[in-house]
Write a protein that binds this ligand. Structure first.
Ligand SMILES: CO[C@@H]1O[C@H](CNc2nc3cc4c(=O)[nH]c(N)nc4cc3[nH]2)[C@H]2OC(C)(C)O[C@@H]12
Length: 369
């Protein structure tokens, strides 16, 4: 198997678990936060900096790379690892979500999805087979089945039909996937309906994937509803396979996701908000661009060991952001990614020492959204 999950410790009171994910590009501790590098780069970060801050697996995106520069060019370069000079783990999303959230004028049929490129408006088509071929050419260690992310809200009938089609598409992806050095994960859908979530898990598990993503969440629903879906869905998944919650997220959602037994997370949030001057601290978010930090010569977070916090003050970073100096958004990006990567390490240690509930209580006593 290209990717193997090793369970190290289960929390005695919750679904939280510590593990290791063995991949062709290394073994990574879980729970893990995976920085998003949509177009074959984690914006403003070098591979060296990502390694130095402890990043293990990063994401790239089929939809974007298929449109530009094209999967054939990446394959010609020797695949994504060579193209971007990253020797850690890579996971590619299948394009399903981006087609629905980025590509205008899309049409879904049993065969696949016709859409217009958000870059030049050209007519494009992705099917389960094509999305799988593209991901095999890109060469990530973990690739995702081509699915429809059920929109929120959606009525039960739409959610059921869409989820049933996603399962049929998952089977077609499995049939088209021929790279033994890659793991194809199935993606659980079902909208916000417990019966459909159960149906999606049952059908995907019967296809026996090496890992399972939970899709259709973090799509605008209230957080409590996301947690309710996780509480219902995660325990239905095989204990010996990795669980990946797509598009999550912020520290509060990461804690609750780990509580319910999620192993892998990704989100654009930390890198995206960094670029407009919002940084994370143990007390919650801080907009370092704000005037109140003009003469604040402390680091962003005195408990943080990142390059930014060891070398620069809030006042300096604010100055760089206000003057639109590129170095400013690099410093905030380094901090936010380091913060989340190390936040996961602290949670993992708490699970191993069987004090995860205490860790969670401490987090919530300090955290302001
Ligand atoms: C909170 O950040 C906004 O929300 C998106 C993250 N939430 C998310 N839920 C997802 C669900 C799926 C899915 O069902 N299937 C596949 N294949 N991939 C997915 C990717 C997903 N990401 C970010 O994506 C944008 C950039 C639209 O805004 C961010």
């Amino acid at each position: 198997m290209a990717v193997q999950y090793e369970l190290i410790k289960r929390c005695s009171k919750t679904g939280a678990r510590a593990g290791r994910l063995h991949t062709p590009h290394g073994t990574f501790d879980t729970p893990i936060f995976m920085p998003v590098g949509t177009q074959a780069t984690v914006k403003a970060m070098s591979p060296h900096e990502l390694k130095e801050m402890g990043a293990g697996i990063i994401l790239s995106n089929t939809y974007h790379l298929y449109l530009r520069p094209g999967h054939e060019l990446v394959a010609e370069a020797g695949g994504l690892h060579k193209f971007m000079n990253w020797d850690g783990g890579i996971l590619t999303d299948s394009g399903g979500f981006q087609v629905f959230s980025l590509g205008p004028l899309r049409k879904i049929t049993e065969e696949g999805v016709t859409f217009r490129s958000h870059i030049d408006g050209s007519k494009q088509f992705l099917s389960p087979e094509r999305a799988t071929e593209v991901q095999m050419a890109l060469g990530a260690d973990i690739i995702m089945a081509f699915d429809e992310c059920v929109p929120y809200p959606a009525d039960h009938d739409y959610a059921r039909k869409s989820t049933e089609r996603t399962t049929r598409w998952a089977e077609r992806c499995k049939g088209a996937h021929t790279r033994a050095d890659q793991a194809l994960f199935g993606i659980v859908q079902g909208g916000m309906y417990k019966d459909l979530r159960s149906m999606s898990v049952r059908d995907l598990v019967s296809l026996d994937f090496p890992g399972y993503a939970i899709g259709g969440l973090s799509v605008g629903e209230p957080k409590d509803l996301m947690y309710e879906m996780l509480e219902h869905t995660v325990p239905l998944l095989p204990v010996n396979k990795p669980r990946y919650l797509m598009g999550v997220g912020t520290p509060d959602c990461l804690v609750e996701g780990v509580l319910h037994g999620i192993d892998m997370f990704d989100c654009v949030f930390p890198t995206r908000v960094a670029r407009n001057g919002t940084v994370m601290t143990h007390q919650g978010r801080l907009v370092v661009k704000n005037a109140e930090y003009t003469r604040d010569f402390r680091p962003i977070d005195s408990d943080c060991g990142c390059y930014t916090c060891r070398n620069f003050s809030r006042a300096y970073i604010r100055h760089l952001l206000k003057t639109e100096e590129i170095f400013g958004l690099r410093l905030t990006t380094i901090h936010n990614l380091y913060f989340l990567i190390h936040f996961m390490k602290k949670m993992r240690q708490a699970i191993i020492e069987d004090r995860f509930l205490e860790f969670r209580a401490e987090f919530w006593s300090q955290y302001q959204k």
